[in-house]
Design a protein around this ligand. Structure first.
Ligand code: AMP
Length: 111
């Protein structure tokens, strides 16, 4: 989508520190990290939010890529996966993304 910053990152029109990519997904470091490891995993294809993602295979690929990113960063045993779905849940970029967070303790429930 023309105006989507994450589409531009996926297309490499906007630079970002990409840590993993394959034919379907791209993972890059968050601009404003909330943990020592904070990577965003996105589908190359523009989908606004998780509740609009209807491709089970792609959902699986996003999940497995997130686990791989955590493992490759040395946090495979302790990491948190977060999806903010909708503005009311804290979503600010409307291209679905999984936050992969690791390297510190996390409280529960999340705020
Ligand atoms: P959310 O609030 O769940 O939609 O998360 C959006 C995330 O995208 C935030 O953690 C931002 O710091 C991050 N972000 C926004 N723009 C960029 C960018 N150009 N490169 C990397 N991360 C970004």
């Amino acid at each position: 989508m023309a105006d989507c910053i994450f589409c531009k990152i996926a297309a490499k029109d906007v630079p970002a520190p990409i840590v993993y990519e394959n034919a379907d997904v791209v993972a890059f470091k968050d601009l404003n990290p909330r943990a020592p490891l904070h990577v965003l995993v996105i589908p190359r294809r523009h989908v606004e939010r998780l509740s609009e993602l209807d491709d089970e295979a792609l959902a699986g690929k996003l999940t497995l890529a997130a686990a791989k990113v955590a493992k490759d960063a040395g946090h495979g045993d302790n990491f948190r996966l977060v999806v903010n779905n909708g503005a009311g849940a804290g979503q600010s970029v409307f291209h679905v993304h999984f936050h992969v967070l690791g390297g510190r303790l996390f409280s529960w429930p999340p705020g």
